[in-house]
Design a binder for this molecule. Sequence first.
Ligand code: NAP
Ligand code: ZN
Length: 358
Amino acid sequence: MYFYMPTKIYSERDCVKKHGEEWARLGKKALIVTGRSSAVNGSLSDVKEVLESQGTGYCVFDETEANPSVEMVMKVRDYGIKENVDFVIGIGGGSPMDSAKAVALMIAHKEKGADFLYEKGDDTALPVVEVPTTCGTGSEATPYAILTVHAERIKASLPHKIYPVYALVDGKYLLGARRDILVNTSVDALGHFIESYINANATEFSRMLCEYGMGVWSSAKNVLIGADITAEECDKLLFASTLAGMAISHTGTALPHGLSYYLTYEKGIPHGKAVGYFLPGYLASADPLVRRKVLALAGFPDIQYFAAFIHNLLGPMSVDEELVTKAVRGMMSNENKLKNVPYHVTEDMLYQICNMAY
Ligand code: NAP
Ligand code: ZN
């Protein structure tokens, strides 16, 4: 059993500005990787203000696509090399944060082509700073980056482990986000807790993060179905998401994430929403004692109540049989995910999980 979390995490109001003297001095020039909406909630202007006050140069790429592709990462890598940057700042949801890691890896390996992204080996990367603006992926506290691989019509995690050097976690950046973005990403964080807890790699450390974190998530979950969300409620949802990221850093994710990639690639269903549909089925397939414990920690009386809560939050989904078959077959050969499941997985079991999804 071990615990490794090399990212320095500041989780507090105005942490970008409060700790600028530290993170803005990671190099002489930063490449900021963000998206159009994730840049307009005050996060980008805070980051720029700090860089300017510290005399650190920067350039900005603000066209990160959702579910970033290998091709986009290579384009941003070329831009970073041309600008001679020496660290990378990701601002946004998982898409810009994961892109920042992949770009930081590829700038550090200028001589390599895109194939290097999926080759095991040297994980050296430029230093990365992450500023989350959604409350789901926890990418600010994980070593993972997930990219879309069009050549294989799927999304896949890089084998490289790139922990950010700094995570600057401030719930105020979530305030302007649309309700569906907060809902989908919060469900993703819950998925990380559940898949990390019911996981072959779980340890007392990772379970501790899940047990405490699900309590935080549970205390804020009703705001997802309520009216306005306050900055303090955003803080809680974001804190839960960072804790969930720390948990999956130690265990990886499992079946719901593996199955979700097919829905996202083929149907464009946002990540957290696609994961959420498979959570009731994954819980149902778990050991009954563990299932009861997880439900209690997340604040649900039973699996039926949980499934109704999730379906109510996410809305209806229609998926054709062909896609379900593709997802099940793909999952059966996805060794990286199967090894994280603490029991033997069969095709029948996967079909049952899919049947509970809609
Ligand atoms: P996202 O794709 O990063 O963002 C979703 C949408 O939210 C985008 O349209 C984005 O706009 C918008 N947005 C973000 N922050 C906003 C804000 N504060 N206000 C208004 N709009 C905002 O979604 P995500 O769910 O956070 O990330 C999903 C990605 O992360 C997937 O690729 C998934 O595979 C990956 N992931 C990574 C990990 C990990 O450990 N690294 C774990 C789970 C998932 P813009 O595009 O205009 O910015
Ligand atoms: Zn996820």
